[in-house]
Design a protein around this ligand. Structure first.
Ligand SMILES: [Zn+2]
Length: 153
């Protein structure tokens, strides 16, 4: 998916993480953490800016479920002693990376979810990453969910 779709989806994905894991969290803190997720949503695609002889786009390290685990674990180790920074950044980084990989798995090129155990790419084959309708739909539905949370959450 395109960067805008990743960002808006990461925002609502972070809200969903809070609602499921820590439902009584202050709404302002949830929105701040979700804003951080929005800004971090394209981190997995930084591999596009690396030299191709080192890393190819979606080659593994950036789009694996183990990347989500490592990001959550490292951010927990680094930030768990610094509340409320931990509550802002850990869910945000986890939501940003997880939502990114989830959306990319919907595309035809998919993601190597089990890297480094396997290089197989998993895909739902829903659309190409740059399909305008799919990207617009993700942005629209995510935006509606965000507005619903702000009004009624
Ligand atoms: Zn990606």
């Amino acid at each position: 998916m395109k960067a805008l779709a990743h960002s808006v989806f990461a925002f609502i994905f972070c809200i969903a993480i809070f609602e499921l894991a820590i439902p009584e969290t202050n709404k302002v803190l949830v929105l701040l953490s979700s804003s951080i997720a929005l800004t971090l949503a394209s981190i997995p695609d930084l591999d596009e800016r690396m030299p191709k002889r080192l890393v190819h786009h979606r080659s593994g390290i950036s789009h694996s479920i183990f990347t989500i685990v490592v990001c959550a674990g490292v951010s927990y180790v680094l930030l768990s002693r610094y509340p409320p920074l931990d509550l802002l950044v850990i869910p945000a980084l986890t939501a940003a990376v997880a939502s990114h990989i989830l959306l990319d798995t919907l595309t035809k090129s998919g993601c190597p979810l089990l890297w480094p155990l396997s290089h197989r790419s998993f895909s739902v084959h829903l659309c190409k990453y740059d399909n305008p309708l799919a990207n617009a739909l993700v942005v629209l539905l995510s935006s509606l969910a965000i507005i619903t949370f702000i009004l009624y959450g």
